[in-house]
Design a protein. Structure first.
Length: 165
């Protein structure tokens, strides 16, 4: 899977799948070096917004995330080196339901959580707390540089706390 290849470094499942377009004028990009994480490395998984907005059930999103945690831990990596995020506002009731499942999953599995919904929403990810947090691109799904900086601060804080000097 793409997760196994890109996060665990065990394969190259996404190698060369691009079509020859203006974005890829030379055609497919061969990915020939997979990074295999070590004991002091982390997995950062922030996914599910497009799934939730696209009609994928919150339970299925949580099951997919749980599978990724299983793959990480079963590959010999520490659960607390897996960083999971809640979803930003998406304008559908599936987002708050998914966020509840993500928080429960993180707590039950001992993975770290960056709670984007708590930072950006007063209603668990249904709507944005402030228009200053959302990019005005018409999608109402993308957070601004300010939110990205906050997320980066959270991730760095987790890493500093867990990795020896």
């Amino acid at each position: 899977t793409r997760f196994e290849g890109e996060v665990l470094g065990s394969a190259y499942p996404w190698s060369g799948g691009e079509t020859n377009t203006s974005f890829f004028p030379s055609g497919p990009i061969a990915r020939v070096r997979a990074f295999a994480p070590g004991a002091n490395d982390f997995a950062y998984v922030s996914m599910g917004t497009n799934d939730a907005v696209g009609g994928v059930a919150p339970e299925e999103i949580a099951a997919n995330l749980s599978w990724m945690i299983d793959m990480w831990v079963n590959s010999g990596h520490a659960a607390n080196h897996f960083i999971l995020t809640t979803l930003p506002p998406g304008g559908t009731s599936a987002v708050p339901l998914t966020n509840n499942l993500i928080r429960s999953l993180a707590a039950a599995r001992g993975v770290r959580l960056v709670d984007i919904a708590a930072r950006t929403s007063n209603d668990n990810g249904f709507t944005w707390r402030s228009s200053a947090d959302v990019v005005p691109d018409g999608s109402s799904l993308h957070y601004t540089e300010t939110v990205r900086d906050w997320i980066a601060d959270q991730v760095v804080s987790i890493m500093i706390a867990l990795v020896p000097n």
